[in-house]
Design a protein around this ligand. Sequence first.
Ligand code: COA
Ligand code: AMP
Length: 634
Amino acid sequence: MVSRYHEVYEGWKRDPEGFWAEAAGAIDWVSPPKTIFDASAGVYGRWFPDATCNTCHNAVDRHVENGRADQPALVYDSPVTGSKKSFTYAELKIEVEALAAVLVDQGVAKGDRVILYMPMVPEAVFAMLACARIGAVHSVVFGGFAARELATRIDDSTPKLIVSASCGIEPGRVVAYKPLLDGAIDIARHKPQSCIVLQRDQQRCDLMAGRDIDYAEAVGAAKTAGRTVPCVTVAATDPLYVLYTSGTTGQPKGVVRDNGGHMVMLAWTMWNEFGVKPGEVFWAASDVGWVVGHSYIVYAPLLHGCTTILFEGKPVGTPDAGTFWRVIAEHGVVALFTAPTAFRAIKGQDPKGEFVGRYDLSRFRTLFLAGERADPETIKWAENQLKVPVIDHWWQTETGAPISQNPIGLGQLPVKYGSPAVPMPGYEMHVVDDAGHEVARGTLGNVVVKLPLPPGALPTLWHADDRFRDAYLAEFPGYYKTADAGFIDDDGYLFIMARTDDIINVAGHRLSTGGMEEVLAEHPDVAECAVIGIADTMKGQVPCGFVVLNAGVTRDPAELEREVVALVRDRIGPVAAFKTVVPVKRLPKTRSGKILRGTMQKIADHEEWKMPATIDDPAILEEIAEALKTKGLG
Ligand code: COA
Ligand code: AMP
């Protein structure tokens, strides 16, 4: 099949508003947009500024009304608890409406924020949709974050209520959520009025009288009473959710997603980019705490009338490296979306793909990889094992949907290993040098997007327009800075090579080394520190901390490492995967005092490096190399 990509992309470029007006036809509006884009509204303009709608209606109710009532909407498959459960669209509506009634009883109304600190259970999805139903703004916090990270998000989003659970389950350990929740509320300046807590059998928790509500009791009572809650009409530009993501400091950025543009973009991607039809089974093996979970576990598949899989498990160890194939075969999955790191983990345990042959994968059509650079070896291994197209695509929490992809529905383009292919409609890509001048094709530079961003991409940061301008728009006027470095080749394919800021990507998780440095600096014996990401065969990158101790302090390195590692785990959470501390006498710096993190990383990764011309004292780099060797890393 000849790809329609070029024709469609050119069509968008010729008439962006016409393009998105047509895409908006996939959505049920309360009042449809008359104006498609208002360049004078918001920070850089707003999409569908005069339309009104409800996201829950589009994801749930309209399917119940239009013949999908008995189709499974959500399939929960949890190898870590040994349970499976399926909810039809009609059943999903009952669950969502009952929880929405409980939220309304607690005084939650349109525009109020609700934090969801939840493991991968169906109630997390119900809670997102219940908020959407009543026009409340949800903010999901990933379960692998510690109390302090949760507290930061509580203070920034000032939620009226928090929905949580007694515990999450990681292979080999139960993670008690309640102490983290209580700890976070203690630390936070803002106090939510109430918490709805789901008691899980694996570990129940005490509920605080006057504050905590038992999820099952409250929702059960709402169901028994046959409570109904209508979908509240919101402006297309009203926020659906705020999702915090790592910035360059310990203060995460609250990425805002609106209702209207988000629905239009996600609905458009499901067929055109992912090649999935309504009624088919789509699986994003991510977590609802990440943007991939928001877009492709919950909203996009449900908006499109698909069956979505909620998987509470890992690619390996739950119970083995065949879990993914078991889920695909058992539930008839046509497309899987996951991070390359998951495939590296599977390949590490089952290099010959012996598990693959044990399952019937005949309905499986496409594998999508994103979240970090997909290394060609991993892609080729997956292609060989699965005999389906393996599609690398690139996006960010900020965009909410792919910036570039090989669009399966429009017709697959030739694959270039190491490239997430071509820009999607909405994205006019440029690569510029630090002064903002366009560089030649094939030359590495800053990857930027010509404004405006398309529907669904962030209009701003939560209550922080200035921070949004400073972080993304100021450096290259008229463009959005992706903070990724890369190049565009002669065929228009993008290659995304690295971040230009201090973000690292650990097992597909986006983490701030600056945030980790802030924690290391809290240790009483640490005078100075630097955290870099070093290459890891499974996780892509892992953090490594260099510490200079206060004058006169001598410490057993192993003991110091234990303390610092525990501090990061306590302050940021286990997801930081921070395990390595290298004590050094001094840090290499430029004459103006900037720490040479890039050069340190090259040394650690055995890459070629040049002595920076501006270095203050070249001998320090030798010391770093020596310290890494002592640690078995250099
Ligand atoms: N709640 C509590 N702790 C969590 C958690 C959660 N939701 N998720 C991860 N953690 C913990 C892990 O248990 C681990 O703890 P440990 O240090 O005690 O072992 C730590 O955080 C680091 O987790 P991770 O980096 O995920 O490593 P892992 O060894 O547990 O698993 C992979 C490795 C590759 C299997 C796993 O990272 C994976 O499936 N990655 C896919 C990434 C992904 O879905 N990304 C989303 C974008 S598509
Ligand atoms: P997140 O906001 O967590 O989705 O992380 C976004 C960042 O992950 C991007 O800015 C990239 O640095 C990286 N990333 C995501 N997908 C890809 C990809 N397909 N190729 C290269 N890098 C990617």
